[in-house]
Design a protein around this ligand. Structure first.
Ligand code: ATP
Length: 291
């Protein structure tokens, strides 16, 4: 993988659009002091997602990277940089043979990233570059003052720097992520332990309440079945008494009817005797009259 092309427009000292076409044999850019060599490095860091204003040698904010004007030129309102990687060796996890990253910033504060002309997030760019040793934190980008530092460092410190450049960074990132996950897991375990502690204090009273509830339920069921049995017995008794009373009623009704018949008969006999009595009295009084 190598950088094929860099396009800079209104970034820092580059008021006009410039295209730097590079090929795999490209070695370096030379020029007098202050001609903009470091601005090209800044442009590369910036397009790869650099967020530190200090690292980009800007003074107050990200909009400082936009061309600020000169005696003969007005300031620009936006700056953009795009970098194209040749990816024919598939170093970048992308299906394309060429990968272009573009970043645009405006004075109003808008900041946009594009991957092969499609708008994307900074995270997408970080994810793309993290495995390819091309991320902005990687030592592949070594600023001027760093070279001196590297040369004067002790061999073991130098080794650390070269190990970084050799691609240790991605493992460092993964280790950091794993450590973050581990710490989150520890936090979760602590939280769960706290919950378990809290719940375990409630277990004993809950157990006793649960036993009481079971006994209450059993007794309630027993009471219900006893109530039902009692009701059944009451109903059976009542039915039997009802039958006896109905039989009694029938018997007494018959007896009543018999007594009524007898009473009517007796009444008729009394009437007959009364009539005979009257006749007898009339006979006596007529016999008295004759004497
Ligand atoms: P050195 O050799 O000292 O590193 P250099 O060739 O790398 O120099 P740079 O430091 O890249 O040069 O460029 C510095 C120039 O860029 C300065 O003249 C500075 O005024 C100009 N510059 C920086 N930011 C802006 C900006 N936003 N707008 C216009 N010019 C800018």
């Amino acid at each position: 993988m190598y950088i094929k092309e860099i396009k800079i427009n209104s970034f820092k000292s580059f008021a006009d659009k410039i295209n730097i076409n590079l090929d795999s044999n490209f070695t370096g850019i030379v020029g007098p002091n202050g001609s903009g060599k470091s601005n090209i490095v800044d442009a590369i860091k910036w397009v790869l997602g650099e967020q530190s204003v200090k690292t980009l040698r800007a003074s107050s904010g990200m909009s400082d990277v936009i061309f600020s004007g000169s005696k003969s030129r007005n300031p620009s309102n936006t700056a953009s940089v795009s970098i194209t990687f040749d990816n024919s060796d598939n170093s970048l996890p992308s299906n394309y043979n060429e990968v272009t990253i573009r970043r645009v910033v405006s004075r109003s504060g808008e900041n946009e990233y594009y991957l092969n002309n499609e708008k994307c997030r900074l995270k997408d760019i970080n994810d793309l570059l993290v495995d390819s040793f091309s991320s902005r934190e990687s030592f592949n980008i070594i600023p001027q003052n760093k070279i001196e530092e590297i040369l004067s460092d002790k061999p073991e410190e130098r080794r650390v720097i070269f190990e970084e450049a050799a691609g240790v960074l991605k493992y460092k990132r993964r280790k950091e992520e794993a450590l973050k996950k581990l710490s989150r897991t520890h936090e979760n375990v602590d939280r769960i332990n706290m919950i378990i502690d809290e719940l375990s204090t409630q277990i004993e009273p809950l157990e006793s309440a649960s036993k009481k509830a079971i006994i209450y339920k059993e007794n309630k069921e027993k009471l219900e079945s006893v109530d039902i049995a009692l009701m059944v017995k009451d109903i059976t008794n009542f039915n039997e008494t009802l039958k006896i009373k109905e039989a009694d009623k029938e018997k007494y009704t018959l007896e009543l009817a018999e007594s009524s018949k007898l009473s009517i008969k007796k009444d008729a006999e009394i009437e007959k005797l009364k009539l005979e009595g009257i006749k007898f009295e009339e006979l006596i009084s007529s016999l008295r009259d004759e004497h």
